[in-house]
Ligand binder design. Structure first.
Ligand code: NIG
Ligand code: FE
Length: 421
């Protein structure tokens, strides 16, 4: 089956084959083809170029003209906690009343309150709750979502969560990339024996997750009062030994040195980085570890944004993701996260496009297959109304997405027609 899209106002993210990630000044170039065309063959992009150069097509090819549309690679949300039960509206209001996220956590709220709700929910119920979130992500142009466990914190509940993620991935159309985050917090039954929980993670939970093939990555919340640098290193080294890729919640609330640890261990990404130090920036800049920034979290917590400009200018690989979770960032709106990156972190629209697509795919170790409109890659595409990709972050808070393709098939069309310009 061959489909061709012609006369798009812009094709964006049309990087040449072999570009695996972008850093420094190269991050700025969104690789735009004006009046662009694209051929999809089965699940793959077969050809990309100016409409004037479109090669002859077989008689049964489906050809669609899309003037007034910008075509982008499907967005990749490379950091979410979107499998959860229960909203945390009371905590939202307590924070507005002056309590900090950490103070709420110390009173048994925060992550632990979601853990109670997730433990009480069945695998089916968790899936029911996650489906509308995934549908909203898709409607905002997201075709691949990393989803972390981390609200079960026991062998049976963590496996339940990862199995739910595997089921949802099988359902499609959004592709889910599972990450084991058993080290998200110390569960209450181990409050007096944190070493015992680290042992349980290393000796029991991680080997079981690896044996069942239920996670591609292992992540740790490396933070003052959660898991320290030594504990994080021990857990991640064990995960690496079992064949899992590594991710790290690094320097989110305090400057603990998580960025340096992630770079030293060759993690695929170091995420958050609100409090990253100069040494941490240097370590990331010298590494292949992707600095994944989550501006929605800084926005929602009302704290300083991550130093995106310094990271980019010093040469670190930078990606953007939502962090969708019930405590620190309850949104699936990834283009809005991009608008925050522009308005509050000084990122340029071209940098944001690449940080939400190619570099986000790199943060999942999937850049050879996802993240750009490149012949041979999976045909995951978003069609947005407008003549210029910068609209997506300039006209913020509205949904510009008209249609989404996953693996070469239309999987979403907006109920209301494209935004008139
Ligand atoms: O990325 N930092 C740890 N985890 C989440 C918050 C989880 C929660 O509060 O439920 C985060 O911010
Ligand atoms: Fe997170």
């Amino acid at each position: 089956m061959i489909t061709a899209l012609r006369h798009a106002a812009q094709l964006v993210g049309a990087h040449p084959p072999g570009v695996a990630s972008l850093r420094g000044e190269r991050l700025r170039d969104p690789a735009v083809i004006p009046d662009g065309a694209l051929i999809i063959e089965g699940e793959r992009v077969a050809w990309v170029g100016p409409s004037a150069d479109l090669p002859p097509l077989p008689a049964d090819a489906q050809v669609q003209d899309v003037p007034g549309m910008v075509v982008l690679p499907g967005l990749v949300d490379s950091h979410t906690h979107l499998l959860f039960a229960g909203e945390r509206l009371d905590e939202f209001e307590q924070r507005l009343g002056g309590l900090t996220y950490q103070e709420i956590g110390a009173r048994g709220g925060g992550i632990q309150s979601t853990v109670r709700r997730v433990r009480a929910a069945s695998r089916e119920r968790l899936k029911e709750l996650a489906r509308p979130r995934l549908a909203r992500s898709l409607a905002f142009g997201v075709t691949t979502v990393e989803v972390k466990s981390g609200y079960g914190l026991s062998p049976v509940d963590e496996l339940k969560c990862l199995q739910a993620v595997a089921d949802l991935n099988d359902e499609g159309p959004v592709e889910l990339v599972p990450t084991f985050l058993g080290a998200h917090a110390v569960p209450p039954e181990f409050a007096a024996d944190r070493a015992g929980y680290v042992r349980l993670l290393c000796d029991d939970m991680l080997p079981e997750v690896a044996r069942c093939g239920l996670a591609r990555f292992c992540d740790v919340f490396c933070e003052t009062g959660v898991f320290g640098l030594d504990e994080s290193e021990r857990i991640l080294r064990r995960a690496a030994g079992l064949g899992l890729g590594l991710k790290l919640h690094a320097d989110e609330l305090t400057p603990l040195g998580g960025a340096e640890l992630a770079a030293r261990l060759g993690a695929v990404s170091a995420d958050h980085l609100l409090c990253v130090t100069e040494a941490g920036i240097d370590a990331l800049a010298r590494s292949g570890t992707v600095a994944t920034l989550l501006p929605g979290t800084a926005f929602f917590l009302g704290v300083e944004f991550a130093p995106a400009r310094r990271l980019i200018e010093r040469g670190a690989l930078v990606a953007l993701a939502s962090d969708c979770n019930p405590g620190t960032c309850p949104t699936e709106n990834l283009p809005l996260v991009g608008a925050m990156a522009c308005a509050r972190m000084g990122m340029l629209p071209g940098e944001v496009v690449n940080a939400l697509t190619l570099n986000a795919a790199a943060a999942l170790g999937q850049a050879e297959r996802l993240g750009s409109l490149t012949p041979g890659k999976q045909a995951d595409l978003v069609l947005c109304s407008g003549a210029d990709h910068r609209q997506l972050f300039y006209h913020f808070g509205v949904n510009h997405v008209w249609r989404v393709f996953k693996r070469g098939r239309v999987v979403h069309t907006a109920a209301t027609p494209a935004l008139p310009r």
